[in-house]
Design a protein around this ligand. Structure first.
Ligand code: PLP
Length: 449
């Protein structure tokens, strides 16, 4: 694959977001174009291993990775990612560059799925004996990671509502290494003031040696890189990672799993070596699909999905059978003012995402839950365009009940304590005509069980 000139990083805080003289949106359509005459998309490198020119060449490739000065990560040649597939391949290298540009970060590493990206970042930024502070709620499997595997591996985990930053700060001690949160929490869309959190961590880290600094890990899956750039919120925090399940809105087509961590160069080598030694690289076929389909259509898809979600949220809020709608675009949303500052798309517009959560009315939580389940079953039986399924960000609309789906593995009481009420339903709005979605929702709501 021909070597391409590295793109200039997008300029923060300016709209539309640009890469050099092009808008980011146009640039991503061509980020992987091979140079010269020939195919207009890169080919898929299927080989598990690569032939070296001679032993000095192979030694040189390994030498450029192993034992390299972490500060030299930026200079790791593309060729070093063509040794063996677990180390990487040229297509995932291009994809990582596209992710970094799309999310406004310095560099990125791609993974086989979102949980691999999250667990690799947590493992590489903390160690046995260290402490982690996790905002609530988070995706069910992430919550399980924090209550299960991490404590088993010797980390102490504190859960806290990060809307109360003073409470979070009281948990910090010399062993604290990571603060973790989601930009739009799964499933109740709760938001954390990222600028204030980053200010707190900049201040805290200014008192610490490099190896004791706290890393902020933010899962931006619900918002997608199109609706939120954590790097743009508040001061620069050098110790920040933005992770995604790229299986969701980034992919859009639900044809495979992927994850990504957008990281500063200073973390790159450590995370890259972690993936080399523990596995979890992204198969080339997946990377290719994300690069030539998903990244090219990300802005187009999400812009439309957000517009439709807004209409659907307003409809749900106006319906007599609905008790509460959680959507950052609604004035009734608790963190609406924060959402207006934090959820800003590549054009500079307020972009409150494509995820909506809501609860039906009932005399008490049990009835609301029973009505919610009956509604889901009616919808699933009658609607061609709204599908009962976990996952999100798909081009088709998906609906699920977190307590029996994505968050089923959490004990009931813990779910409620972390802000996930009984009967909560979660809707991921797709590309359908919003009127079709509203009609099907209305029909299923009308026959209350
Ligand atoms: C917010 C969030 N983060 C991470 C993940 C895990 O992603 P994956 O399924 O790609 O491992 C999910 C999955 O639903 C999610 O919703």
């Amino acid at each position: 694959m021909p070597r391409r000139k590295p793109a200039a990083a997008p300029r923060h805080g300016r709209f539309p977001r640009r890469v050099g003289e092009y808008t980011l949106e146009s640039y991503l359509l061509h980020v992987a174009d091979p140079e010269g005459s020939g195919p207009i998309v890169p080919s898929i490198p299927v080989a598990a291993t690569y032939r070296a020119a001679d032993s000095a060449h192979l030694a040189g490739l390994f030498g450029s990775i192993l034992g390299a000065d972490p500060a030299a990560a930026r200079a790791v040649p593309e060729g070093a990612h063509a040794i063996y597939q677990r180390l990487g391949n040229p297509v995932e290298w291009l994809l990582a560059r596209a992710f970094a540009l799309a999310q406004g970060g310095e560099s990125a590493i791609v993974f086989s799925d979102g949980m691999r990206a999250i667990s690799a970042c947590l493992s590489s930024r903390s160690h046995a004996g260290s402490e982690v502070v996790c905002g609530v709620p988070v995706y069910g499997c992430t919550d399980n990671l924090f209550t299960g595997a991490l404590p088993r591996d010797g980390r102490t985990v504190h859960f806290v509502d990060l809307r109360d930053l003073a409470a979070a700060a009281r948990l910090f001690n010399r062993r604290t290494r990571v603060v973790y949160c989601e930009t739009l929490a799964n499933p109740n869309l709760r938001m954390v003031d990222l600028a204030a959190l980053k200010r707190l961590l900049v201040q805290e880290n200014s008192k610490r040696h490099e190896e004791e600094k706290i890393t902020l890990i933010i899962d931006n899956t619900f918002a997608t890189p199109f609706c939120c750039w954590p790097h743009d919120c508040g001061p620069e925090l050098r110790e920040m990672i933005v992770v995604h399940s790229a299986t969701k809105g980034i992919s859009g087509f639900a044809t495979g799993l992927a994850g990504v961590a957008v990281i500063p160069w200073k973390f790159w080598m450590q995370l890259f070596l972690h993936r080399k030694d523990t596995g979890g690289s992204l198969p080339a076929v997946e990377a290719h699909s994300l690069l030539v389909r998903s990244m090219k259509t990300l802005a187009l898809r999400i812009r439309r999905q957000v517009g439709s979600a807004w209409q659907v949220a307003r409809f749900l809020e106006s319906h007599a059978a609905v008790a509460q709608v959680l959507y950052p675009g609604l004035r009734s949303f608790e963190e609406h003012a924060l959402a207006r500052r934090q959820l800003v798309d590549w054009d500079g517009n307020f972009s409150p995402g494509h995820m909506i959560s809501f609860i039906l009315k009932g005399r008490g939580p049990e009835e609301a839950e029973a009505r919610g389940r009956a509604f889901l079953d009616r919808l699933n039986a009658a609607s061609r365009v709204i599908t009962l399924a976990v996952s999100l960000g798909y081009v088709g609309t998906l609906i699920e009940e977190p307590s029996s789906g994505t968050h089923a593995s959490m004990p009931d009481a813990e779910r409620r304590a972390k802000g996930i009420p009984r009967g909560l339903l979660r809707l991921s709005v797709g590309l359908e005509e919003p009127q079709d979605l509203i009609r099907d929702l209305e029909r299923a709501l009308a026959r209350r069980g």
